[in-house]
Design a protein around this ligand. Structure first.
Ligand SMILES: Nc1ncnc2c1ncn2[C@@H]1O[C@H](COP(=O)(O)OP(=O)(O)OP(=O)(O)O)[C@@H](O)[C@H]1O
Ligand SMILES: [Mg+2]
Length: 254
């Protein structure tokens, strides 16, 4: 595009200058009426503008192709995290979570450990707060629970089953995850709330919307809220906390 536009403009203006030069001389001699000269300039402008549009279309096509290729690449990516053959279904009941000497690093080597030897147990009905400086690894820690990443060493168990042996669908259906950066899909608010449970009735969706916290449509056993109330004012935050206490009495909340 950066070559195309200036080039086309150069051609356009050069043609107008040429027409003015040669046509102007003829007009001077009296062999070309001024009206015709202006008409010729108009025709040339229209013609070249159309060609300019056409060449713009070509650049649009090539940029669309690049985007489509990238999208296909994303869609055809196969997740490295998959169910094992003996994956257990329906093994999450209470939401007792145990971290046993969990270490994690984003790279393949263990040089840059984000988490190192984490041990703790979260009981059902408990609210666990994880605090730390920016980049300390809070988001990383909670993202290990639904197995968005695989632990490098150690293990995480939910109700006694290693998360690596729990069916992924189960693992992810039984927990709500309000991410640090939430995404709204370009659709209706209703569809966005219903995203976690497509079969929910209109009534349930409206009820969830009423409770200030659409994550709750799925009635999670485990609820992870990653900095999700930091953008709210104190009053709204405390309203949400009270609502959580009332509605998710037996859930494990991070
Ligand atoms: N996808 C990723 N790939 C590689 N490194 C990452 C990735 N995500 C996070 N990190 C690194 O891991 C470390 C922990 O990041 P994390 O996002 O868990 O911190 P945090 O405690 O949630 O921070 P914040 O308070 O800003 O939310 C940081 O050093 C970060 O740069
Ligand atoms: Mg974070």
């Amino acid at each position: 595009m950066s070559l195309n536009m200036p080039l086309m403009m150069l051609v356009l203006y050069a043609s107008i200058v040429a027409v003015l030069w040669f046509g102007g001389l003829q007009s001077w001699n009296g062999s070309l009426p001024v009206g015709q000269l202006i008409a010729i300039i108009n025709y040339i402008t229209q013609l070249l503008m159309s060609i300019l549009m056409l060449s713009n279309m070509l650049t649009f096509f090539s940029s669309a192709k690049v985007s489509a290729d990238r999208e296909n690449e994303v869609f055809s990516t196969i997740s490295e995290i998959t169910d094992v053959d003996s994956a257990k279904k329906d093994s999450i009941h209470n939401g007792r979570i145990e971290f046993d000497n969990v270490s994690f690093s984003y790279g393949s080597t263990d040089d840059n450990l984000v988490l190192d030897g984490i041990n703790f147990t979260a009981e059902p009905g408990e609210t666990v707060a994880i605090r730390g400086a920016t980049g300390a690894g809070k988001s990383t820690l909670v993202s290990l629970i639904p197995r968005l990443y695989e632990v490098s060493s150690g293990s995480i168990t939910i109700d006694g089953s290693d998360t690596r042996k729990i069916a992924l669908e189960d693992l992810r259906r039984r927990r709500g995850y309000v991410m640090q950066q939430s995404i709204l899909f370009s659709s209706t608010i209703r569809d966005n709330i219903r995203y976690g449970r497509p079969e929910a009735t209109d009534e349930e969706v409206e009820q969830a919307a009423d409770f200030d916290c659409a994550a709750l449509l799925i009635q999670p056993t485990i609820l992870i809220m990653d900095d999700s109330t930091s953008a709210l004012d104190v009053a709204t935050e405390s309203r949400i906390r009270q609502m959580l206490k009332k509605r998710l009495r037996s859930s494990t909340i991070f």
